[in-house]
Ligand binder design. Structure first.
Ligand SMILES: C[S@@+](CC[C@H](N)C(=O)[O-])C[C@H]1O[C@@H](n2cnc3c(N)ncnc32)[C@H](O)[C@@H]1O
Length: 269
């Protein structure tokens, strides 16, 4: 897959940061010693973790060299360690288990949540916290129309596997039960439908998804001509799906799921 493009991703930086801060506000910890931010991207949440807990040892982990390079350039001398790595194979290193694992808008890129969430809970130190935010807009026009367009053009055979893939994020009650079954002492879970008002005219929603949800689809197309044709078909379908507001803005509701789970302080006998 092509690498992430920080500039495009950060076009809507405020809308993307808000849920990270809402997640941070619900983390019930005074002084975690070790923190790992999985899928840290350009480090938006990671820098706020460092500001709240300046004495913690913080690691940001991401697969994307481009995103990590931007994170490093913007960390303002904060003592954050940036590591290139895959969440799918990440394990706590020799220095010990983290007290806090965070992940903002990243775990929906991984499948197998039935295994992933218990594994992350288990990676925590006793009394530790797992704090996760994931988009769950899969059934909304922004995402459903990608699948609709994928079924309609010359790209159909190239995209059939993605069309058939199950939704990446389960309903919250499924993940809550999963975390409790894995031994979580508490789970604080909620969903928020952010009423995002985007600047940028009728193509604003397509611009929002271009650097995120659209990436795996475009990456499977062989050349720029087909990618542009796919984008044009998608923009055409989006045109009537979202409400235009005055001053060329667009109302783009976006649902996100939040989970803050704690590992028990001591294992039951
Ligand atoms: C939408 S961005 C979110 C970045 C950051 N957490 C934020 O809040 O701005 C998703 C990030 O997850 C990373 N990512 C996706 N799959 C990953 C994986 N398997 N392991 C590590 N990072 C991953 C991507 O490279 C990207 O930087």
């Amino acid at each position: 897959m092509t690498d992430w493009t920080p500039d495009t991703y950060l076009t809507f930086a405020d809308h993307r940061l808000r849920p990270a801060l809402d997640l941070l506000a619900r983390i019930p910890m005074d002084a975690p010693r070790r923190i790992v931010d999985l899928g840290c991207g350009t480090g938006a949440l990671t820098r706020h973790l460092a500001a709240r807990w300046p004495n913690a040892e913080i690691t940001g982990l991401d697969t994307s060299a481009e995103m990590l390079s931007r994170a490093q350039a913007e960390d303002g001398g904060k003592t954050i360690t940036w590591v290139q790595g895959d969440i799918a194979t990440w394990t706590p290193d020799d220095q010990g288990s983290p007290d806090l694992i965070t992940s903002n808008a990243a775990l929906h890129w991984l499948d197998g949540h039935d295994v992933l969430f218990p594994r992350l809970l288990d990676a925590l130190a006793p009394g530790g916290v797992l704090a996760v935010q994931m988009p769950r807009n899969h059934d909304r026009p922004s995402h459903a129309l990608i699948r609709a367009v994928a079924k309609e053009g010359p790209w159909e055979p190239l995209l059939a596997a993605l069309v058939a893939a199950p939704p990446p994020v389960d309903p919250p009650e499924v993940t809550v039960r999963r975390l409790l079954a894995a031994g979580a002492a508490t789970v604080d879970a909620w969903e928020t439908d952010y009423q995002q008002i985007l600047a940028g005219g009728p193509d604003a929603v397509a611009a929002f998804t271009d650097s995120t949800a659209l990436r795996p689809w475009l990456a499977r197309l062989p050349d720029a001509t087909m990618r542009d044709a796919f984008r044009a078909a998608y923009r055409g379908r989006l045109a009537t799906a979202y409400e235009s507001l005055p001053n060329g803005r667009v109302l783009f509701p976006f649902r996100r799921q939040f989970l803050v789970a704690t590992r028990p302080h001591a294992e039951s006998p």
